[in-house]
Write a protein that binds this ligand. Structure first.
Ligand SMILES: [Zn+2]
Length: 169
């Protein structure tokens, strides 16, 4: 589960080109004219967005939205006034550790045996065993929040410049 923030109508550019598999399956080694992957070109392009975008987990996205003063929901878009509001929120958050603090969290360790008990039968003997392995939960530092807010700000400014919207979901 993750949320991507990106700009509408983002152009893409080709970052790599690979030979298409179809050339391995024709008798003369030429591309298959009706190939659904390469349309007979014999190669496939790998494209990336040319404008900034960022992807993060739902939890982190919600926390970042809170930090910049936006209601944390699964998806949405900013344009005009709401885009200006988001830009302002990013700038405030970048300048205020207390605003960013809502998005930070300490790393923690969930001790083994946190998932309750089960009864294990061993021949005629029944015994109780605790379930759940020790789990480490990663933290989210202030520095990381700052980077993410900067990412969002960069996306917002580019969208404004291009007359586009920022969407997330
Ligand atoms: Zn092909």
């Amino acid at each position: 589960m993750s949320i991507t923030f990106s700009i509408t109508n983002t152009p893409t550019h080709v970052t790599a080109t690979y030979p298409c598999q179809c050339v391995d399956h024709t008798p003369d080694g030429k591309p298959y004219a009706d190939c659904p992957y390469c349309n007979g070109a014999g190669k496939e392009d790998f494209e990336e967005p040319s404008w900034p975008w960022v992807n993060m987990s739902n939890t982190n996205a919600f926390n970042i939205l809170r930090a910049i003063g936006v209601n944390p929901v699964d998806y949405g878009s900013w344009e005009g006034e709401t885009l200006d509001h988001a830009i302002k929120g990013c700038l405030i958050a970048l300048n205020s550790e207390s605003k960013r603090a809502v998005a930070t969290r300490e790393s923690s360790i969930l001790p083994g045996g946190h998932a309750g008990v089960q009864v294990v039968h061993d021949g005629n003997v029944a015994r109780m065993e605790r379930m759940g392995a020790e789990a480490r939960i990663g933290g989210y530092t202030d520095e990381r929040v700052r980077v993410r807010v900067s990412d969002i700000l960069g996306i917002c400014r580019k969208a404004k410049k291009e007359g586009e919207k920022v969407t997330w979901g």
